[in-house]
Design a protein around this ligand. Structure first.
Ligand code: F6P
Length: 545
């Protein structure tokens, strides 16, 4: 591939460094005072989502330089390349066409789109049969519980979507097992009846050790419960690119739904990987979920840079990561059903952009993906928000706030909303030494005691946050939200010059684990590792006696 200028070689990079020097000590309240339209100007909307990015250490001229950076980096060209099937995953020589999975037309990818449509039709039939209670198990009982066995992208997306769409849930309960720790499967099976339980073995490669081990344990559970080998077909479905391996496992072809190597695992919930979601909420809702993502795709592809939500969020990521040395990014959904969203985003952003060389193999001289973490509000307020407000790390925050609740508990929801808005404002305004001292004196402390305690109450403020709102969390807005972060991740990869679609960094650990497993099982006794690992292996062996 032709070498592209690294981000640090682009003209706007130097301008941004200068902006950052000016803005790092800026007062966010001062920026609002200087521009009475700021609360309106620094906002953008698309596909039912509204982004308020006014509480950022950003001036109009710094934003203009960020947009220049995007232009100089050729982001628009990169966006087209994604949609038109160019081999954006250059190290694996393939496209990344997750957008085709939610598209309503082929847009130049007609052959692949035909395959997607065929798969969708088969998936719809399977999902509806289960959703409607028409799928029966070995004893004739209706299937009431479905367990998705998968890990990483074959788990986190469907797990998140099923939980987020709980208000739309039908009668079949979907469960998720991913950890190879036997406790995960055993805990899930504890209250289930094998006769009314079905499994989806979800694995793009059908080679993932954890998934295969759990799949075999599930198979044995079913056989021990009384199913015959021939009856297992009623209880096992698979989603994979590797039909042969699924067949070898014992799942017949008619029970397998396809995936394609041109879809990355962490971008795959829109494919048959989302089968469990479609079973949980029904096909109509799943289609709305796809449509919400497609609306975001169209916005991403067709909107000008200054109002392009994924691009703006990506530029903010680059801004803080490179120019403010922020190595953390925090995502706080103020909606309990999105509590798994940070987990999903961890794989999406950190597996995609946790890289130190450019797509053409050059070592980068700037920071890439920050550590992403977070949890559903308000729980974090009573835990890690202390660090957000008074710690020494700069942690830009995304608050995610559906404006209406499905719970009908209006008063409790008001409390939730008030807390979300209060946290975003508190991060911005902080508390000065003078205000802290006055507050303590109002509480009855004398001047000396107030002066001693006040520094502990000071909050520097000027800590940036975005607020993403939507009328309510429904299949459409959820689809748009996930697609928004997918595209933000891709844009950041483009700007960082990273290939966001490979994950070579996970391979070596798997190989070494296989070697160690041989030692633990006694089939590879001859091999030695480093002294520390050898000692720990011995410790484990001694503990087995
Ligand atoms: O090991 C990382 C990874 O390859 C992820 O990228 C992927 O989502 C996960 O493992 C599961 O892979 P598979 O779907 O092939 O089982």
């Amino acid at each position: 591939m032709t070498a592209r200028a690294l981000l640090s070689d682009l003209p706007a990079y130097t301008a941004l460094k200068e902006h950052a020097v000016k803005l790092q000590y800026a007062s966010l309240e001062g920026l609002f005072n200087a521009d009475s339209n700021r609360a309106d100007t620094f906002t953008a909307s698309a596909a039912g989502l509204h982004l308020d990015y006014s509480k950022h250490l950003l001036s109009s001229s710094a934003l203009a330089s960020l947009l220049d950076l995007a232009e100089q980096a050729g982001v628009q060209h990169g966006i087209e390349a994604l949609f038109t099937g160019a081999h954006v995953n250059n190290t694996e020589d393939r496209p990344a066409l997750h957008t085709l999975l939610r598209a309503s037309s082929g847009g130049g990818q007609e052959d692949r789109f035909l395959e997607v449509q065929r798969a969708r039709e088969r998936m719809q039939v399977m999902a509806q049969k289960l959703y409607r209670g028409e799928h029966t198990g070995y004893s004739g009982k209706t299937i009431t519980d479905v367990i998705n066995i998968g890990i990483g992208g074959s788990d986190l997306g469907p797990r998140l979507v099923t939980q987020a769409l709980k208000p739309f849930q039908g009668t079949v309960q979907c469960h998720y097992v991913s950890n190879v720790d036997p406790a995960d499967l055993l805990d899930t099976l504890a209250n289930l009846d094998a006769a009314s339980t079905a499994f989806i073995i979800c694995s793009k490669s059908f080679r993932t050790e954890e998934t295969l081990a759990n799949g075999l344990a599930a198979r044995n559970w079913m056989l021990n419960a009384g199913a015959t080998t021939a009856q297992l077909d009623k209880h096992f479905l698979a989603v994979t690119t590797n039909l042969q391996a699924a067949r070898d496992f014992g799942i017949p072809e008619e029970n397998c739904l396809p995936m394609w190597d041109w879809v990355g695992g962490r971008y795959s919930v829109w494919s048959a990987v989302g089968l469990s979601c479609a079973i949980a909420v029904g096909w109509d809702r799943f289609s709305e979920f796809l449509a919400g993502a497609e609306a975001m795709d169209q916005h991403f592809r067709n909107s000008a840079a200054h109002c392009n939500l994924p691009l703006l969020m990506s530029l903010l990521e680059i801004w803080y990561c490179i120019f403010f040395h922020a190595s953390n990014h925090v995502v706080l959904p103020y909606d309990h059903s999105l509590q798994r969203f940070p987990d999903f985003l961890q794989q999406l952003t950190m597996e995609s952009n946790g890289k130190r060389v450019s797509a053409d193999g050059r070592e980068l001289d700037y920071a890439t993906a920050p550590v992403l973490w977070g949890s559903a509000g308000t729980m974090g307020q009573h835990s890690f928000h202390q660090l957000l407000h008074q710690g020494t790390l700069l942690c830009p925050v995304d608050f995610i706030l559906p404006l209406n609740t499905h719970t009908k508990a209006a008063q409790q929801h008001r409390i939730l909303v008030a807390n979300c808005l209060a946290q975003s404002r508190t991060l911005m305004v902080g508390r000065s030494l003078e205000d802290a001292t006055n507050a303590l004196m109002k509480r009855g402390l004398d001047e000396d005691k107030a002066a001693t305690l006040a520094p502990h109450l000071v909050m520097p403020g000027n800590r940036p946050s975005s607020v993403i709102t939507m009328a309510s969390l429904d299949p459409g807005t959820l689809g748009a939200l996930l697609a928004l972060y997918e595209h933000r991740t891709y844009c950041s990869g483009l700007l960082w010059r990273i290939n966001s679609f490979d994950q070579w960094g996970v391979e070596l650990g798997k190989e070494i684990s296989t070697e160690i497993l041989g030692q633990l099982a006694g089939t590879n006794d001859g091999s030695t590792m480093d002294a520390a690992t050898d000692r720990l292996i011995k410790l484990w062996k001694d503990a087995q006696r």
